[in-house]
Structures are given as structure tokens and as C-alpha cells.
Design a protein around this ligand. Structure first.
Ligand code: ATP
Ligand code: MG
Length: 299
């Protein structure tokens, strides 16, 4: 099945995530997918919580912390500034304390406590989580593309799976609290089936191994994987040219790993993307990549 067929067969799909280790192409694929879906006439939001502001880089627009910014017809991009969410949360806590105890100012020891609590990674996670839930619950878009930060190690994968479940629960609870119709609640429960998680891999030994491990964890936590996409495949036409030994060798090594990828992920492999002659930034490059990923392969 191709990536395109995978979308055409799952028209209920609403939330798309690209995961994988650092620097493999998650942001690039998120942007290209968002571009393609927008071109197909769907209203799309691509968003991230990455403090590196990589969506700003790829779209060549300063969108960090600016809410949903319109990129082109049907396409919006948003970069959540977790720090500012934490600051707003601290401010809320201060206000509550002041109101509750009728204080004029926050005592130093309480302020110290607020500061220390905000330095906890859990606080950042929770701020990010709330921001993401807010975006999704509003339901303004046909598709939400969540450009994930690198999935580094086993623990992170586990927490991802947990966050994922939590997310679904929270959306459901929120809706229940709002006393929406039963029907609506049932629909939201189905959101899980409406989420597609794609793994980005490259033809390298370590990446294949790590991805396999991650996939096992996902399976254990019952998080379905929609497919795997190989990125940075050296163009096949290279093989038909006279190559210096260095490149010949690279090509051979890569072909070996490509075979391994095919063997490991089999029918779940939904795409293969060539190494382009330059990095992917700006709409014309994004469009070209979208054409490769979802079109007839025309470059
Ligand atoms: N097929 C490709 N051909 C050429 N350059 C590519 C290709 N795919 C990705 N790149 C480039 O590789 C770099 C890393 O890609 P990208 O930022 O999408 O990775 P990422 O997985 O989002 O990284 P991070 O884990 O840091 O978020 C970028 O400069 C991007 O333009
Ligand atoms: Mg990225």
C-alpha cells in the first residue's frame, strides 16, 4: 500500500503523527503531508511543541508562539511556546493564591515553590499537553498533523503511548463535562481509530533496530502504527553511473539495509523518499516533496 492509498482508504483519519529518532525527517514529512492534504481541499493544521521552531524554519516564516498562522489556502501552521504556557500557568496560580487568601503579594517562600514546581519536567509536559488538547478539542480543522519532537529512548516511547491514551481520555472527559450528547462522546471515543502514527526510518542499522524496539513497545501498549516510511534513499539511477568507490560502497550498504527494512516492516512499509540534492525548506521544495510522497512520483 502506498502512503496515498493509506489516506484514501482511511477517510475518517483526522490526527496524523510522524515519529522517529532525531533528524530523520519528521518535520519535513509533516509539512509535505500538510501541504498535500491542503491541496486536496482539506483544512489542515500542522503544529509542533518543538522549542527549536523547526516549522518556522521549513515554512520560512516566523510563527513561533504566534498561534495558528495561515501559510496558504487551507493550510495553517502553529508552534506552541511551552515556556509562555508555563508562565501563564504560574500567573494563574499566583492569582488564585492572592484571591483565596486575600493577600497583597505572594510571599517569597511561596514564590520559590511556584518557581521550583515550574522547573519540573512534568510541569512542562503538562503545559504542552494542555496546549495540544486545547488545539485538538476546538476541532477547527479537518486534519491535525502533529510534528513530534524526536522519540529518543524507550522511556519516551512509553510515555508517548501513555500521553496518547491520556489525550483520548481527556478529550472524552472534557466533552462529557460539557454535557455533550451521548452520540458525540461515542464519536470522540472513536478518535483513537482516527489517529495515524507513522514511523520515519532511514536505511541505517541502528535506526532499524531502534525502530523495531519502539514498535514492540507500541504493540505492548496497544498503540497502532499506520505505517513506516523510509527517507533519504540514495536515488536508484546512481547505480547506473560510474561511481567512485566511496559512493559505490555507500550504495551497496544502503541496499542491504533497504532489504532489511523490507523484510522487517513488510507490508507496513508505505513509502520511500529519495535523498534530494538539498534540504527541504520553503514552499516550492515542500510541494516537490509532497509530489514525491503522494503523487505519481514525479520530481
Ligand atoms: N529526503 C530528504 N532529502 C534532503 N534533505 C532532507 C530529506 N529529508 C529531510 N531532509 C533534511 O534533513 C534535515 C532534518 O529533517 P527534519 O527537520 O524533517 O527532521 P526531524 O526528524 O524533524 O528532526 P528533529 O528530530 O530534530 O525534529 C532537514 O534539514 C531537512 O531539510
Ligand atoms: Mg522536527
Amino acid at each position: 500500500m502506498s502512503l496515498r492509498e493509506s489516506f484514501e482508504k482511511n477517510r475518517d483519519r483526522r490526527y496524523i503523527m510522524f515519529g522517529g529518532k532525531g533528524g530523520l525527517g519528521k518535520t519535513t514529512f509533516s509539512a509535505a503531508t500538510a501541504f498535500w492534504l491542503a491541496q486536496q481541499g482539506h483544512k489542515v493544521l500542522v503544529f509542533s511543541v518543538d522549542p527549536q521552531a523547526s516549522l518556522s524554519d521549513i515554512f520560512q516564516r516566523d510563527i513561533f508562539g504566534k498561534g495558528a498562522v495561515k501559510i496558504m489556502d487551507n493550510l495553517w501552521a502553529q508552534e506552541i511556546d511551552a515556556d509562555s504556557h508555563i508562565k501563564a500557568y504560574q500567573q494563574e496560580v499566583r492569582k488564585k493564591i492572592l484571591d483565596m487568601y486575600g493577600m497583597e503579594r505572594i510571599p517569597d517562600e511561596i514564590e520559590d515553590y511556584i518557581q521550583a514546581a515550574s522547573a519540573e519536567p512534568a510541569m512542562e509536559e503538562s503545559a504542552i499537553f494542555d496546549a495540544v488538547v486545547d488545539i485538538v478539542v476546538k476541532g477547527d480543522y479537518d486534519y491535525y498533523i502533529y510534528d513530534l519532537v524526536p522519540l529518543g529512548h524507550a522511556l519516551y516511547y512509553l510515555s508517548m503511548a501513555k500521553v496518547y491514551d491520556e489525550w483520548i481520555n481527556r478529550i472524552t472527559q472534557l466533552r462529557e463535562q460539557m454535557r455533550e450528547h451521548e452520540e458525540m462522546v461515542a464519536r470522540i471515543r472513536r478518535q483513537k481509530e482516527r489517529t495515524a502514527f507513522f514511523f520515519v526510518v532511514v536505511p541505517e542499522q541502528m535506526i532499524i533496530l531502534d525502530t523495531e524496539k519502539a514498535a514492540q513497545l507500541f504493540a505492548k501498549f496497544d498503540v497502532p502504527i499506520a505505517g513506516y516510511i523510509v527517507n533519504r534513499v540514495l536515488p536508484a539511477e546512481l547505480a547506473r553511473q560510474e561511481l567512485p568507490p566511496y559512493l559505490q560502497n555507500r550504495l551497496q550498504v544502503q541496499n542491504r539495509y533497504l532489504e532489511e527494512i523490507t523484510k522487517t516492516f513488510g507490508a507496513q512499509l508505505v513509502g520511500s523518499v529519495p535523498e534530494l540534492e538539498r534540504d527541504v525548506t520553503g514552499l516550492p521544495m515542500i510541494e516537490r516533496l509532497a509530489g514525491i510522497m503522494y503523487g505519481d512520483g514525479a520530481r
